[in-house]
Design a protein around this ligand. Structure first.
Ligand SMILES: C[S@@+](CC[C@H](N)C(=O)[O-])C[C@H]1O[C@@H](n2cnc3c(N)ncnc32)[C@H](O)[C@@H]1O
Length: 290
């Protein structure tokens, strides 16, 4: 995916050591600090949206969460992993979560999230850290761990991620993931029909590149094309994500593959072609009471 917007695209060996993982996450922090400019630019719109009591949750996410009842009835604390500029975190508050906490590796994203809280007066607590280093003081405290919409591909260690999710949840708490389907990674993003990208693989597939798709962040003022920080992504299969949650001790309650998308990942694909594949997947899993 995204091969076409950048000459710096590379297929990478998968990260196998803790050092590889930390190095790639650190590189991603730098890249997201650059990308955060787009989130700062949208602060006014985000302020209006949140202050009006609206929610950015995707219908698939809302459907999954409401299977557990209205958020206000069961969610005292929601922790949003990879919260970016905080719009989705504060949406969870507008949806009924009594307290929300956002975690993100990019200090510029967390700055935007703090500013959004300040501008809207909607309370939240923000932590700037790698998801894998989410502070232990939050352990066992979340009724809901919420993540997705472009999150898991940045994590180079899915077992480590799942063990953080499990330790943050209260017994009986639920994790909700809604993210891009890994099949999208196999496909070219510049063709109207479904075509495999050169060298793409469903399994053990990691890539790096520079710059951002036009449909998302686009060019960044003050940085020439090709001078952006290199960022590293990993395509986790649906089975790898689900198995990581199971191995961390959680019980899977919802698993879905969906034609809907949350952004225009394959912008040139015709609607008829788009409907032939799952564009996203979702999983909800619960921490057992004991
Ligand atoms: C596509 S955005 C999250 C999507 C979110 N739904 C939004 O508002 O757009 C990905 C976020 O993950 C964060 N991130 C990437 N790697 C991370 C890591 N290892 N730990 C914590 N946050 C990370 C980035 O800083 C970025 O804010």
């Amino acid at each position: 995916m995204d091969q076409m917007h950048d000459d710096g695209f590379r297929i990478e060996p998968v990260a196998t050591t803790a050092d590889d993982v930390a190095r790639r996450h650190d590189a991603n922090r730098a890249a997201w600090n650059e990308g955060a400019i787009a989130y700062h630019a949208e602060l006014d719109a985000a302020r209006e949206f949140i202050a009006a009591g609206r929610s950015n949750l995707h219908p698939v996410e809302r459907r999954n969460l409401e299977r557990h009842g209205p958020l206000a009835s069961w969610c005292r604390r929601a922790i949003h992993l990879q919260c970016a500029g905080g719009r989705d975190t504060l949406s969870l508050r507008n949806e009924g979560a009594h307290e929300v906490i956002g975690v993100d590796i990019s200090d510029r994203m967390i700055d935007a999230a703090r500013e959004l809280s300040r501008l809207t007066g909607v309370d939240a607590t923000w932590y700037c850290c790698d998801v894998l280093n989410t502070p232990g003081e939050l352990d066992g405290s979340a009724d809901l761990v919420y993540t997705g919409r472009g999150a898991l591909c940045w994590i180079q260690d899915i077992a480590g991620w799942a063990s953080v999710v499990a330790r943050l949840l209260k017994p009986g708490g639920v994790v909700s993931v809604y993210d891009g389907h890994p099949i999208q990674w196999l496909l070219r993003d510049d063709t109207p029909t479904l075509e495999f990208g050169a060298g793409a693989s469903y399994f053990s597939y990691a890539v790096s590149d520079k710059g951002w798709p036009e449909e998302y962040i686009g060019r960044i003022d003050g940085i020439d094309a090709g001078d952006e920080s290199r960022k590293y992504e990993r395509n986790w299969t649906v089975a790898e994500v689900v198995q990581a949650l199971i191995d961390a001790g959680l019980c899977v309650e919802i698993l879905g593959e969906h034609p809907e998308d949350f952004w225009d990942a394959l912008p040139h694909l015709s609607p008829a072609e788009r409907e032939r594949i799952p564009n996203t997947f979702s999983v909800c899993a619960r921490k057992p009471l004991r």
